[in-house]
Design a protein around this ligand. Structure first.
Ligand code: NAD
Ligand code: ZN
Length: 258
């Protein structure tokens, strides 16, 4: 409501070290569907979740072939960043962004112009592939060219192992160094913004609570309720490509005295 807007504008105006956590909702306006929203990939087809499960991927060649086919058609290859992504670039250029933690794998934050050093990709990137056996990273583009040329499930060129997009599937651990850096950024901010995430996937979701426990204010921008709404000083439900630019443009005020 209006009170949340007023509160959120004041918090943004007073914040000097903002850590943001973004999810699929910041990219829906770029044409990449989320998972759990009304038009989400899993909302429409719950069996699609199986494609994101590491055990089925490793044990079932048919799952891998399906995964490669759908990779080739992923909307991320043609998507353009939107005003929500650009809002974080503005925040960073104003020297106010401590870190941007994202669950997205589309690299649209960086393509909008955000300093890659500022971005922590908790769930990896779809723009690279990793060998599950030797760990070698290589460009997704090269793997998709092999798929297009007829290899249904291209093996690693170095060791013959199984290749997979360098994203975190269910059953896979996050990179512990990325998680630690994300925790540091959550502990070291005056405002934590969760935007376009259902806050249901851990450990990403728990970062909001960690920040609040360390004394940060929490603003949640998401179309649907999240399990952390009660911890938030303000909850905004509007479209992110409008909400985020407006918050970032909120006039700066003196930070509140501790
Ligand atoms: P999610 O699908 O669980 O939640 C997205 C939330 O964003 C929903 O609650 C929805 O109501 C909200 N939302 C969608 N569009 C919005 C808009 N325009 N304005 C305001 N709110 C909007 O996504 P999640 O929390 O990020 O977790 C899903 C997992 O799926 C993550 O692990 C992520 O790695 C992966 N994923 C990534 C992408 C991507 O890279 N773009 C896309 C789909 C899924
Ligand atoms: Zn290998």
């Amino acid at each position: 409501g209006e009170r949340d807007w007023q509160q959120a504008r004041e918090l943004f105006g007073g914040a000097r070290r903002i850590t943001a956590l973004t999810g699929a909702g910041v990219s829906t306006a770029s044409g990449i569907p989320d998972f759990r929203g009304p038009n989400g990939v899993w909302t429409k087809d719950p069996t699609a979740q199986r494609l994101s499960d590491i055990d089925s991927y490793v044990s079932d060649p048919a799952v891998r072939e399906q995964a490669w086919r759908s990779r080739a058609e992923h909307p991320a290859w043609t998507a353009q960043p939107n005003a929500a992504h650009r809002a974080f670039v503005d925040l960073d250029r104003a020297g106010r962004l401590r870190a941007l933690l994202t669950q997205n794998i589309d690299e649209l934050h960086q393509r909008a112009g955000l300093d890659p050093d500022r971005v922590l990709e908790l769930h990896g990137t779809i723009h690279q592939v990793v060998c599950l056996d030797c760990g070698e990273l290589s460009p997704m583009r090269a793997a998709l060219e092999r798929v297009a040329a007829g290899e249904a499930d291209p093996p690693c060129r170095s060791c013959g192992g199984i290749l997979k997009s360098a994203t975190i599937s269910f059953g896979q651990a996050l990179d512990p160094e990325v998680v630690r850096a994300a925790q540091r950024a959550a502990l070291d901010c005056d405002l934590f913004v969760a935007a376009g995430t259902s806050l249901t996937v851990h450990p990403a979701a728990g970062l909001a609570e960690l920040a609040v426990k360390a004394g940060a204010q929490l603003v949640i921008c998401n179309a649907e309720p999240t399990p952390y709404d009660e911890l938030a000083a303000a909850v905004l439900r509007g479209p992110l490509d409008e909400v985020l630019p407006e918050l970032v443009a909120a006039p700066l005020t003196e930070p509140p005295q501790p």
